[in-house]
Design a protein. Sequence first.
Length: 217
Amino acid sequence: MLIFAAAAGPILDQKYNGIETLIGNAACSGLAVMIIVLSVGHISGAHLNPAVTLAFAANKHFPWAQVPVYIAAQVTGSVSAAFLLKAVYHPFMSGGVNVPSVGIWQALVLESVASFFLMFVITAVATDARAVGEMAGLAIGGTVMLDILIIGPATGGSMNPVRTLGPALAAGRYHPIWIYMVAPPLGTVTGAAIYALTKLREEENQQLQCCRRCCRR
């Protein structure tokens, strides 16, 4: 669903001369993520993004042994959705491919930062017992939408290697695909680590305050 929705928006935008707009494209991705998280998050964890899966594993929130299986499923879903879109919108498939309109290093930084924000939110709502679980889908989908509104005109707002990979294979456009393979994992691993560090320091402060209260008694 994610790749179908995320790539279909830009494709329709190209076919119908701007009918979708940036807000429409952002909503396609954000709403798809929200719906998937709310509907199957309790079953599979709603792992839609290899960069997120890697970040969870790197921060010990997900078993490394299952990472290859999850990534294989993510790639298969992306490629299948992309070729389905190609069958329907063949002349306009290139519209669904993420291609930066800025320099390579600018695109790398923007995608990394957006992925950092996304993973920080995901880690907060998915791993912290204090978070309201029912709101996870809304928070994550909203972050995806916001990120695309911010960096979409510059990079397409991928934040997900398979968001770019499937449409690129279907359209036969691979340059510069490496940006979208490298930047999201850099951002997500960093985002998860920073949240874990923030949470750890907060817990240490709470323990210190508790010790001080006990000493006063």
